[in-house]
Design a protein around this ligand. Structure first.
Ligand SMILES: O=C(O)/C=C/C(=O)CC(=O)CC(=O)O
Ligand SMILES: [Ca+2]
Ligand SMILES: [Mg+2]
Length: 400
C-alpha cells in the first residue's frame, strides 16, 4: 500500500510500534506512520477481531480489560494488516494524525505516582530538606509513592490553569492564599493496567497485567507542596492536573528496548525480587517554549515498573483496568538530565536561558512545556531510538 508496508526500522510510528489512542469523535484507533486506523470500523468490517472490544468503543478500557492473550492476538492481526494487502481500497478507515483531535485514551481508574529515580530523590531532598539525610532509610527497601488524583488526569494539549493554594515563604510568618509562584513540571513514564487483580500481583506477572506506557507530566506547585506535604505527602500541590500523552505504546513494542535494570543494594525483600530484572532504554526530551532544556534517561530508574506494581498491590489492594502508575520524576546525574525545573534551575539559582533570549526559573503564564520520548527499536544499536511515544504538551494559563 504505502510507506508503512516496508517495515521501516527508523519510523518512530512504523509497524514495530502500533500505539493505540482514542479520538474526540468517539472512536479508538491505532497509529501507523502519520495515519490512524479506526479500530472500531476495522473490527466491524472484519479486518481485526478484538472480541468486540473496539466496536463502538470510545476509550481503550474494554480492550485493556480483555487481557494479554487478546493483546497479543490483535497485535499480530494489525501487523499482518499493515504489511499485507487487506487494507487496499479501505482509505476511509484511515485518518491523518494532523487533524484528528485526540482524547484521553482510557478512563483512568486510580492514579499512583512513585519516586523511583535516585538522582531525583537526592536532588529533591537537598532542596526541600537540606538538613536531613538525602535518602530516607526506606528508599532502597521499597518503591516510595503516593496516591494521586485520577479525575484530574488530562490529555496532552489541555491548558493548565495556574493552581492557587496556601503557600508560605520561609521569611513569612503565616501562609497566604493565591496563585502558585513556583509552578514546575515532572517528566515521567506512566504504566497502564489492563488485566485487573483481586489481590497482590506477583513481581513476575507485570506483563500479564500491564498493557503499555504513556508519557506523564506531573505538574507540581512547589510552594504549595513545600508548605503542605509534611507529614502525609503530596496533596494539592500536585492534584490540580496531570497530563498524559494520547498514545499508549504497547509493552510489546518496547521489547527491543529491554535492558538490565540498576543493581540493587541492599538486596530487596522476596516479594520485590524479580526472576529476570529488566527495564527499558527510553530517552526523554523536555522543551520549555520550544527550547530543549533536559534529556532524562529512563533506564537509570532504580525501581522497575514490575516492582512498583507488585508493591502497590502487596498489601492486598486490588488493581483495576485503567489504573495508571507513574515512574516518578526521571532524572539522570547531570543538570541537563533532570526531569523537573526545580532541579534544572536548582531552585531558581541557575535559571535556564531559552532560545528567545529570556530566562526562566519556574513557569510563567503562557509558557508551554512539551515532553517527548523515544525507545530503542528492533535491530538498532543501543543509541538508536525508533519507537516513538509522541509527546505530552501543556500550556500554563492564568486562572480566571
Ligand atoms: O522529596 C520530596 O519531598 C518531593 C518529591 C517530589 O515532589 C517528587 C514526586 O512527586 C515523586 C516523583 O515524581 O518522583
Ligand atoms: Ca511526580
Ligand atoms: Mg499530578
Amino acid at each position: 500500500m504505502t510507506a508503512w508496508t516496508e517495515p521501516s526500522v527508523d519510523d518512530p510510528f512504523g509497524v514495530h510500534n502500533l500505539p493505540l489512542c482514542a479520538t474526540r469523535d468517539g472512536w479508538v484507533g491505532v497509529r501507523i506512520g502519520d495515519l490512524i486506523l479506526n479500530l472500531g470500523a476495522a473490527e466491524e468490517g472484519g479486518l481485526v477481531d478484538a472480541g468486540g472490544a473496539f466496536t463502538r468503543a470510545s476509550t481503550l478500557n474494554r480492550f485493556l480489560a480483555a487481557g494479554r492473550p487478546t493483546w497479543t492476538r490483535v497485535r499480530a492481526q494489525l501487523t499482518d494488516l499493515f504489511t499485507g494487502p487487506r487494507l487496499a481500497g479501505k482509505a476511509e478507515l484511515l485518518h491523518p494524525v494532523d487533524g484528528t483531535a485526540l482524547a484521553l485514551p482510557f478512563e483512568v481508574a486510580d492514579y499512583v505516582d512513585f519516586y523511583s529515580s535516585e538522582h531525583h530523590a537526592n536532588n529533591l531532598s537537598r532542596l526541600f530538606r537540606p538538613d536531613s539525610p538525602s535518602l530516607l532509610p526506606n528508599w532502597k527497601e521499597l518503591p516510595v509513592g503516593y496516591h494521586g488524583r485520577a479525575g484530574t488526569v488530562v490529555v496532552s494539549g489541555t491548558d493548565i490553569p495556574r493552581p492557587h493554594g496556601q503557600r508560605k515563604a520561609p521569611d513569612e510568618e503565616r501562609p497566604g492564599y493565591g496563585p502558585s509562584r513556583r509552578l514546575d513540571i515532572e517528566a515521567e513514564l506512566g504504566f497502564v493496567v489492563g488485566t485487573p487483580s483481586s489481590g497482590p500481583i506477583d513481581v513476575d506477572d507485570f506483563r500479564e497485567h500491564v498493557f503499555g506506557a504513556v508519557l506523564v507530566n506531573d505538574w507540581s506547585a512547589r510552594d504549595i507542596q513545600a508548605w503542605e506535604y509534611q507529614p502525609l505527602g503530596p496533596f494539592l500541590g500536585k492534584s490540580f492536573a496531570t497530563s498524559i500523552s494520547p498514545w499508549v505504546v504497547p509493552l510489546d513494542a518496547l521489547e527491543p528496548a529491554r535492558t538490565e535494570a540498576p543493581v540493587q543494594h541492599p538486596p530487596v525483600l522476596d516479594y520485590l525480587r524479580e526472576a529476570e530484572r529488566y527495564t527499558y532504554i527510553i530517552r526523554f526530551e523536555v522543551f520549555w517554549n520550544g527550547t530543549l532544556v533536559a534529556q532524562p534517561p529512563y533506564e537509570g530508574v532504580y525501581w522497575t515498573p514490575a516492582q512498583q506494581l507488585a508493591h502497590l498491590t502487596a498489601n492486598g489492594a486490588w488493581a483495576r483496568t485503567g489504573d495508571l502508575y507513574a515512574s516518578g520524576t526521571i532524572s539522570g546525574p547531570t543538570p541537563e538530565q533532570t526531569g523537573s525545573f526545580i532541579e534544572r534551575t536548582w531552585n531558581g539559582a541557575q535559571p535556564v536561558r531559552l532560545d528567545d533570549g529570556t530566562t526562566r526559573s519556574f513557569l510563567l503564564d503562557g509558557d508551554t512545556v512539551t515532553i517527548s520520548a523515544t525507545a530503542r527499536g528492533p535491530g538498532g544499536p543501543a543509541d538508536a531510538a525508533m519507537i516513538g511515544f509522541g509527546e505530552v504538551r501543556g500550556t500554563v494559563v492564568t486562572r480566571v
